[in-house]
Design a protein around this ligand. Structure first.
Ligand code: S3P
Length: 168
């Protein structure tokens, strides 16, 4: 079986669902943001500060290219679909690309509950500004996804749905 790549906006639960899926399917999980932090040797907000978003996107593309080739569960960052090269990589991948679709009220609440400073694309932004980041991404998530899974369910139900997709 090939990789299962989880895409979706910040706060969609890509890391949490990836972890549960990994336990359920006994398949290794890789979290691209974690690999990026290891590689850059500093936090993502610090990297945005010094190299800008463009610098971050370059590393993100590099890391996706490596991860996508492996038979893993891959949790991506919310902006993975912004770069055309990444969209090509996702579309050409033999793996499943699962778009975890989350309503704005849910992701806004989660983003607000987390330490906002960990997410440079959301920090110091109003809810309206975060939604303005999200809106143009919707079509990109849909374009890259092989399957769309609503996260309006329990984590267990979401994982079951993905397992069903992967095994049928
Ligand atoms: C980003 C989302 C973050 C992280 C980076 C940029 C984005 O990941 O990759 O801060 O552009 O949406 P999460 O979706 O895990 O928060």
């Amino acid at each position: 079986m090939s990789s299962i790549i989880l895409i979706g906006f910040m706060g969609a639960g890509k890391t949490t669902i990836g972890r549960l899926l990994s336990e359920t399917m006994n398949k290794q999980q890789v979290d691209l943001d974690d690999i990026i932090v290891e590689r850059i040797g500093c936090s993502i907000p610090d990297y945005f500060e010094t190299k800008g978003e463009a610098g971050f996107r370059e590393i993100e593309e590099e890391v996706l290219k490596e991860a996508i080739a492996c038979d893993h569960i891959v949790s991506t960052g919310g902006g993975i679909v912004l770069m055309e090269n990444n969209r090509k990589l996702l579309s050409r991948s033999e793996g499943l690309v699962i778009y975890l679709q989350t309503e704005p009220d849910v992701f806004l609440k989660r983003i607000a509950e987390d330490d906002a400073s960990t997410r440079p694309m959301a920090s110091s932004k109003t809810d309206e500004e975060i939604i303005a980041v999200y809106n143009p991404r919707i079509a990109l998530y849909e374009e890259c996804a092989t399957h769309i899974v609503s996260t309006d369910a329990t984590p267990e139900q979401i994982v079951n749905e993905i397992v069903n997709i992967a095994t049928t």
